[in-house]
Design a protein around this ligand. Structure first.
Ligand code: DAH
Length: 345
């Protein structure tokens, strides 16, 4: 049997050209180059040819095999390139990605960080204390008398059990950050300058301006010869940094058991600028913190020598600061975790 090489070439060329995918191409390859394929048949057929015909036909078959092998190889590369292109098309880098919402620090955390870093820049260290305190640190050492109303169960959360290591020690949820003053002074000798951020607890009914838990920042500076004018200067710088250079402030005489003299700090109302409006209750001033000179009895309670040191102290409510600064009218918003509120800061 003689093969018509021209026709075979044409047929194979066409089949290879028409193969649109790798599987079809593989079928064509098996048809020609496979064990039972056309080429095997061609080589087998050589046996029946005459001596003269054999070399000539052998050459043509080899040529045919080379052509088919090459065409298949080329087609294979073409199909692979197309597949690569196709998969690239699916990955359109211009399509906007899936946005993952990015969180940020809570407004109260931001306010605490702002205030603490302002004091850090003035040389204060940041210190913390426990939320479960002793009655001694929270009241007695701070010169708060036994019959003071703030010691009442209506104003302080007491723990049912006393301190397990000393049954005579009554425990409570601290109602102010001032007890950390006591802890710091018991541990360090002056000069010292600290701010103390933290949670405090009072059994208040929750409303727009009250919560049973809120945050305070306490400040304490003790050294030889600290004066009231240092307190006023320090708070002036602090409030200008927090509320801007134009802020107006005043100190108003007040009473705190742990400071003498004591004062409350007011800033001119940011809404009406001092004229009087509903936010400041027609007063034109907003009360923002308490302060004073450390009472000698407090120094005595922590074992400092008499008359050797003087100190200034202050305490402020973080929620109140944030509410004043950002015009937030309801304290409950801080704790509800509504992202529509939180995202605004
Ligand atoms: N502990 C006070 C309170 O909770 C705030 C305070 C006032 C702290 C005056 C101070 C201070 O250190 O000097 O109301």
């Amino acid at each position: 049997m003689n093969f018509d090489h021209e026709t075979e070439k044409q047929n194979s060329r066409q089949k290879i050209a028409e193969a649109a995918d790798a599987r079809t191409l593989e079928a064509v390859r098996v048809e020609y180059l496979g064990k039972k394929g056309k080429l095997t048949a061609m080589y087998a057929n050589l046996a029946v040819l005459s001596k003269e015909q054999k070399p000539e036909e052998g050459k043509r078959i080899n040529e045919f095999r080379n052509t088919v092998t090459q065409l298949i190889e080329e087609k294979k590369n073409e199909i692979a390139a197309k597949a690569r292109q196709g998969s690239q098309k699916q990955l359109d880098v211009t399509i906007p990605g899936v946005a993952h919402p990015v969180g940020h620090a809570h407004i109260l955390t931001q306010t605490i960080d702002d205030i603490c870093s302002t004091f850090e820049q003035m040389g204060f260290a940041v210190q913390e204390g426990p939320e479960i305190e002793t009655e001694f640190n929270n009241f007695t050492a701070l010169n708060i008398p036994e019959d003071h109303p703030s010691r009442d169960g209506f104003d302080t959360f007491y723990l049912k059990e006393p301190d397990p290591t000393d049954k005579k020690v009554n425990l409570l949820l601290r109602s102010q950050t001032s007890p950390v003053q006591i802890r710091i002074m018991k541990e360090y000798k002056p000069p010292l300058a600290f701010v103390v951020p933290g949670k405090v607890y009072r059994p208040d009914a929750v409303d727009a301006s009250h919560s049973f838990m809120f945050h305070q920042i306490e400040g304490l500076l003790v050294d030889k010869d600290v004066k009231f004018s240092d307190l006023k200067g320090l708070l002036t710088v602090f409030l200008k940094r927090l509320f801007g250079e134009k802020i107006k402030m005043r100190l108003r005489p007040h009473f705190f058991p742990f400071t003498e003299p004591s004062a409350e700090v007011d800033i001119a109302c940011y809404i009406c600028g001092g004229k009087g409006c509903s936010v400041c209750g027609r007063k034109g001033w907003l009360e923002i913190m308490g302060c004073g000179m450390v009472h000698p009895r407090v120094f005595k309670a922590v074992g400092y020598p008499k008359r050797k040191y003087t100190g200034l102290a202050f305490g402020l409510g973080v929620e109140r600061m944030a509410m004043l600064k950002h015009g937030i009218h309801d304290i409950r918003l801080f704790y509800e975790n509504d992202v529509r509120f939180l995202e605004q800061f």
